[in-house]
Design a protein around this ligand. Structure first.
Ligand code: PHE
Length: 447
């Protein structure tokens, strides 16, 4: 059998995993919900949700992935031969492809706005955000270009594609967001946006805020859909699982906070109120960048261009990780060539994405359980499939795998003394705290 590809080292693993984690979830979702649920008070709760619920799931997925050394399906089969656990692997092959389909639609919007920043019309010129997303050709064209870019990177393979791409884009992404933060903070009236993010308002910390924090941590760290598992299967045996988890979560939080300081001061400086969803990023910011700050038009163009390039890069590295899960499955379990696997999955995601894109326009009347196609798939994945996958991974590692095996993997056979020392705590988190937390989210969704 052909030798499996591997990431080159600890740093590469963290960059690739952070590339998956840092995405649209950080840039438009985080700033909005922080304000909604009490600013700094929510950030504290979010931080706790990351440590007590998200990180244990992250560790569970990494342990399965690296020990199994295969795609989601194959890894579970290897670790629990003769059981039905491999079916969990199958679930996680389906969910990331569904996420990819609607995520690519939003990714396409970022391409549109990037070009628009430079005065280039992509497809037919449309005015407002609402008008743009409800039109047919322009968003579809953008969606197609986005998904083609994702396919190109995954096609090139783990090392030459994913690793190389994330190694180049992640540092650039950092600089781009930093530039936007600096610009935003210098706008007159930016202070109120900063207040919105940092003033702790503990009165807003309801049970709902707690659920929102856990849900955000799930989506933001790409948990429960096998992306972490698949990337972990490309980790070398000597790399450090604990370090990769803490590094990824740390970068993810850093980028979320930076995105908050890039978006909110600008929104407040323009005298607008933050509203939910992608509207803030796609509708408000071009308006602000067009109106505020220096009169020199080139600054506006540059900052707007820089910002949307950042959104695009963040979205691409996340989408790549979604596609890789299914590709690894088809290559390793079905023995389909990488190129064909990419083609099949991308065609499927493109077609479903087409329906999602049209659900803002001609298909807006089509409802599934009361939601448009886009919203239905988003809710299905974020509220159900991701937590469900996460729950199964923690139960598998906490209750099915022998504890000695988990410790062996987590500490590289005892080679990492710190990991050995913290393992008892991690074990309690994986066995009890994280699963109970997830069950609570389910109860909250049902009630
Ligand atoms: N974590 C990504 C984001 O914040 C989304 C994602 C979900 C990526 C699931 C991979 C898998 O945008």
């Amino acid at each position: 059998m052909k030798k499996r590809e591997q990431f080159s080292g600890n740093l590469t693993v963290i960059l690739a995993m952070a590339g998956s984690a840092i995405g649209l979830g950080n840039i438009w979702r985080f700033p909005y919900i922080v304000g909604e649920y009490g600013g700094a008070a929510f950030i504290i709760v979010y931080f706790l949700a990351c440590i007590f619920i998200a990180l244990p799931i992250f560790f569970a997925e990494t342990v399965i992935g690296r020990r199994g050394g295969m795609d989601t399906f194959g890894s579970m089969k290897r670790l629990a031969p003769g059981s039905s656990w491999y079916k969990v692997g199958l679930l996680t092959v389906i969910s990331p492809i569904i996420i990819l389909s609607y995520y690519s639609v939003v990714g396409g919007w970022s391409i549109h706005y990037l070009l628009k920043s430079f005065g280039v019309a992509f497809g037919q010129e449309t005015g407002h955000f609402g008008e743009f997303i409800s039109s047919v050709e322009a968003p579809l064209l953008a969606h197609t270009v986005f998904i083609a870019l994702v396919a190109a990177v995954v096609l090139a393979g783990v090392k030459k594609g994913i690793e190389k791409f994330t190694k180049i884009t992640m540092p650039i992404l950092f600089v781009l967001i930093l530039v936007t933060v600096v610009y935003s903070l210098t706008l007159p009236g930016a202070g109120r946006g900063v207040d919105y993010l940092v003033k702790p308002d503990f009165s807003k910390l309801s049970g709902e805020a707690l659920m929102a924090a856990v849900g955000q941590a799930f989506f933001s760290l790409s948990l429960g859909v096998g992306t972490v598992l698949t990337y972990a299967s490309y980790m070398r045996k000597k790399d450090n699982i604990f370090l990769s988890g803490v590094g990824t979560a740390g970068f993810d939080l850093l980028f979320a906070l930076m995105a908050g300081f890039a978006v909110m001061p600008a929104v407040f400086a323009a005298g607008l109120s933050p509203s939910s969803g992608p509207g803030v990023v796609f509708e408000t910011l071009p308006f602000i960048f067009g109106k505020m700050g220096s009169d020199a038009a080139w600054i506006t163009i540059c900052v707007s261009g820089v910002f949307f390039l950042a959104v695009l890069m963040a979205a691409l590295t996340s989408a790549i990780s979604m596609l890789e899960v299914g590709v690894a499955y088809l290559v390793e379990e079905k023995h389909i060539k990488r190129s064909r696997s990419v083609l099949y999955l991308v065609l499927f995601a493109w077609a479903v994405g087409l329906l999602c894109s049209l659900s803002f326009g001609p298909l807006s009347g089509v409802h599934i359980l009361g939601d448009t196609i886009f919203d239905f798939l988003d809710k299905l994945c974020s509220n159900w499939l991701m937590p469900f996958g996460g729950l199964l991974f923690t139960i598998f590692v906490g209750w099915k795998m022998p504890s000695a095996d988990v410790l062996d993997e987590f500490s590289n056979g005892g080679d990492k003394p710190l990991n050995v020392r913290i393992y008892p705590v991690v074990r309690i988190l994986i066995r009890y705290i994280a699963p109970i937390g997830i069950v609570l989210i389910f109860l909250n969704s049902i009630l």
